[in-house]
Design a protein around this ligand. Structure first.
Ligand SMILES: Cc1ncc(COP(=O)(O)O)c(C=O)c1O
Length: 425
């Protein structure tokens, strides 16, 4: 039996076998240098071109380049017409800003548990969370798998709700042939280091709705009504932030965008090889791609079935031990979130803007005060949170199917030797 690297055995994946993301080539160098030497470093022509090219990539009519996905999410909230005291439904397991963007606009997040299989919001539990104050659903397309938009659209239509897509992780994903970014009323993408499209930091607001685009653009640039490339009167017509993206990240993002289709093919091939290697491991729950969905495998997230491996102690102790053993073999796996959203202090303590806002703001009335956050109300999200680990870089270009196969071998080695792990019950 192979001795695990964590116990002094030979590391399965040699150093350097897994390459960093994103790959950089002459296209990046040329476009970034041209921007650097072009003399316009704030919101300039590269930003405008990036907006147009990204809009063409998703198929949207309007795109606004931002300095982060979080900024784009806040723009979605204002574009959806949400105001103080309104309620917005969101998944209980995601990145913090999928829900703090609601607080940014003094509105109230209402969490819904997840579907264990898809890791996304459980669409069948949404209606029970709707109140007369509910205005929108933020549908997070987590880890690159979209939500079920047939179900979401039916609920939204019935209750007159806006659908905001958090597609920060979903570049290139599809539901029934429709691109992420086109599935809701508006959407936010992120381009930070780890995302399937990297511009360093950055994001994009997209929509097909002109009114929504106008509202978002106003929030994006000081509450003004003209973009920096138009003639400005420097007048704040509404409350605005400074969410504009800059030229250098735009140039980098544009260069990376030219390679998106080949990146997408690589990740599909690598994910297929990994899945094939590890699909029969007892006790490992691998991610799914249900019929009608196209996953982008942004984060290949697995869960450990504690029962199947006969573990009755704390799930996090066993999960951490398995993850540590995989890391020791050279597999760059990690935990994405250690807390479900309703268990984060900003929600639990309702400390947002202070003074009880938004939960006890006069517009929230009694319905706002009734919203409380308690970990026990989201058992599925908590189970996922305590048993998951994921990976991003190993399946991305320039890594090949050989790297994916090596990662798969590391999984097989660790799961074949679970009895070697020293875990405190
Ligand atoms: C699901 C999700 N939403 C929102 C964000 C926020 O994006 P950014 O970091 O660009 O602000 C992220 C980024 O990690 C994310 O993964």
């Amino acid at each position: 039996m192979a001795k695990l690297a964590i116990n002094g055995g030979k590391k399965l994946i040699p150093p350097g076998a897994i390459k960093n993301w994103p790959p950089i080539d002459d296209i990046d160098r040329k476009m970034v240098m041209a921007s650097l030497e072009g003399g316009q470093h704030a919101f300039g022509p590269d930003c405008k071109a990036f907006q147009e090219e990204f809009a063409a990539y998703t198929g949207n009519k309007f795109a606004i380049f931002t300095n982060s996905g979080t900024a784009a999410l806040h723009m979605c909230v204002v574009a959806a017409g949400i105001s103080a005291g309104d309620q917005v439904i969101v998944t209980s397991y995601s990145w913090s800003s999928s829900a703090t963007c609601i607080l940014h606009h003094n509105a109230i997040p209402v969490f819904v548990d997840i579907n264990f299989e898809t890791m996304n919001i459980d669409e069948d539990k949404i209606e029970a969370a709707i109140t007369p104050k509910t205005k929108a659903i933020i549908a997070v397309n987590l880890h690159g798998l979209t939500c079920n938009y047939d179900k979401l659209r039916a609920i939204a239509k019935k209750h007159k709700l806006v659908i905001i897509e958090d597609s920060c992780q979903a570049h290139g994903a599809k539901f029934k042939g429709v691109n992420a970014g086109k599935l809701g009323d508006c959407a936010a993408f992120s381009f930070n280091q780890n995302k399937c499209l990297c511009s360093g930091e950055g994001g994009m607001f997209v929509t097909d709705n002109e009114e929504m685009a106008k509202k978002a653009a106003q929030l994006w640039s000081f509450g003004e009504t003209a973009t920096p490339l138009e003639s400005r009167d420097y007048h704040s017509y509404a409350l605005g932030w400074m969410y504009r993206g800059a030229s250098l990240p735009a140039a980098f993002g544009r260069a990376q965008l030219t390679k998106m289709n080949s990146y997408f093919n690589t990740i599909q091939e690598n994910a297929a090889v990994l899945t094939d290697k590890i699909k029969d491991i007892k006790g490992l729950i691998i991610p799914v791609q249900p019929e009608g969905y196209l996953h982008n495998w942004y984060n290949y997230t697995s869960r450990i079935d504690m029962k199947a491996i006969g573990w009755t102690g704390a799930p996090t102790a066993m999960r951490d031990a398995i993850m540590g053993a995989l890391q020791a073999e050279g597999a760059p796996v990690g935990i994405w979130q250690r807390f479900i959203l309703p268990d984060m202090t900003v929600f639990k303590a309702k400390n947002a803007y202070g003074g009880g806002c938004p939960w006890s703001c006069p517009f929230a009335d009694k319905l706002g005060e009734k919203v409380n956050y308690c970990r026990e109300d989201f058992p599925v999200a908590q189970r996922h949170c305590d048993t998951h680990f994921g990976m991003t870089v190993p399946l991305r270009a320039p890594n090949t199917t050989a790297s994916a196969a090596l990662v798969g071998e590391a999984f097989l080695k660790v799961f074949d030797n679970l009895n070697e792990l020293k875990v405190k019950a």
